[in-house]
Design a protein around this ligand. Structure first.
Ligand SMILES: NC(=O)c1ccc[n+]([C@@H]2O[C@H](COP(=O)([O-])OP(=O)(O)OC[C@H]3O[C@@H](n4cnc5c(N)ncnc54)[C@H](O)[C@@H]3O)[C@@H](O)[C@H]2O)c1
Length: 352
């Protein structure tokens, strides 16, 4: 069972698993699910594949989903793998994002993982062996994607996924030792995440230009205030020329056409500019599952961040110059410092 199987990492996992396994592909996008099924059948025409339209944030629908999977697959004496992979981005700010979009991100990214685990649990308890693979994110251990870049709902949901998954390790060790658990922690992976999030949060996107322009202007205004206040982080970033990369754009002068163009380019850019491709990510995830790893870091950025967190978690929160933008690995402090001598910290603690 793979949720979010129509695109991105879920699709790539399906394309690899179809060689040996039967598949239940779950998503909200029928058109893309059909295309995914065709691709799998090209690889293995004998694979049994069922597709299921289900919004994983809807508890009742996930219960119906589990019944449908049980009815359409021969599950007796088979090992079951559940990839709780579906997710979207958004809900950046509790102040400025709409409550609807904020809640939707929580409901899908955390609620979906919980609902599907709960719904498929009876099947997994009766199976001879099972493995639940929950996708969190680096945002599930570090609640910051860059200087003045709030990412509140997503981070909260991904922390919840991580906490839930790691707590299950103990629960299953006692109460269901045949069920294994893994937590997937991807860095930036080239997928359709921006496009599918835009579809899921459609109502806010009608308002997209206004929201983007306002938050862009707010960002600039705040940067000017912080420079005036002598904020150490802001001054360091400004002096190093790094604010150009985190929002030194004149939003007030951007035409609607430019805004739409920028929005349209974001989806393809997210797919093509990432450090790790969705195919590479799927390989890493499946290798981790085969090796029974409970913590599966995906991508060089995820490994680097996990190491920095272990070295000094407080520094990463106190000093936002270390990772000015998660999505620009080249400007992370450790990559800027020649010779890789380690962390070069701002002396005065930032207020950010
Ligand atoms: N791409 C990244 O950089 C990245 C980084 C860290 C974590 N992740 C996580 O990886 C997971 C997979 O995302 P991806 O990057 O492959 O994105 P993606 O958009 O390419 O794939 C996600 C799939 O989930 C589906 N989906 C969305 N909402 C759904 C819902 N309510 N019910 C069922 N299906 C739904 C989408 O239609 C899409 O096919 C997500 O949980 C995401 O948060 C992604």
């Amino acid at each position: 069972m793979i949720t979010g199987a129509a695109d991105g990492m879920g699709l790539q996992i399906a394309l690899k698993l179809c060689i040996k396994s039967d598949l239940a592909l779950i998503d909200i996008n029928q058109h893309k699910l059909d295309a995914a099924t065709k691709k799998c059948l090209l690889i293995n025409p004998n694979c049994t594949i069922t597709t299921h339209i289900c919004d994983v944030s809807d508890k009742q629908k996930t219960r119906d989903l589990a019944l449908a999977v049980a009815a359409r697959h021969k599950l007796a004496n088979r090992t079951l793998l559940l990839f709780n992979n579906a997710g979207i981005g958004g809900g950046g700010s509790i102040v400025t994002s709409s409550e609807e979009s904020f809640d939707k991100v929580m409901d899908i990214d955390w609620g979906g993982v919980y609902n599907c685990t709960r719904a498929f649990l009876p099947l997994m308890l009766s199976a001879p062996a099972a493995h639940i693979i929950n996708t969190s994110s680096i945002c599930g251990f570090y609640a910051n994607v860059g200087y003045l870049k709030p990412n509140v709902s997503y981070s909260a949901a991904k922390f919840a996924v991580r906490g839930f998954t790691l707590a299950l390790l103990t629960d299953f060790k006692l109460n269901a030792p045949h069920i294994k658990v893994s937590c997937v922690m991807p860095g930036w992976i080239g997928t359709g995440l921006i496009e599918s999030s835009q579809i899921m949060l459609g109502s806010e996107l009608d308002n997209m230009m206004k929201v983007r322009r306002n938050s862009g202007l707010r960002l600039q205004q705040r940067i000017h205030e912080l420079i005036k206040e002598g904020d150490a982080t802001t001054l360091v970033l400004k002096n190093k020329g790094l604010l150009d990369q985190v929002g030194d754009v004149d939003w007030s002068k951007m035409s609607d056409k430019q805004m739409i163009q920028m929005n349209t380019l974001m989806g393809p850019g997210f797919r093509s500019n990432a450090l790790t491709s969705a195919t590479q990510a799927a390989e890493i995830i499946l290798k981790g599952v085969a090796n029974d790893e409970w913590n599966i870091l995906v991508g060089e950025d995820a490994h680097s961040l996990a190491k920095l967190m272990k070295e000094d978690e407080e520094a990463l929160y106190n000093d936002k110059t270390l990772i000015p933008d998660f999505f620009n690995y080249d400007i992370w402090e450790m990559n800027r410092v020649k010779g890789g001598k380690g962390l070069e910290r701002v002396k005065t603690k930032s207020k950010l």
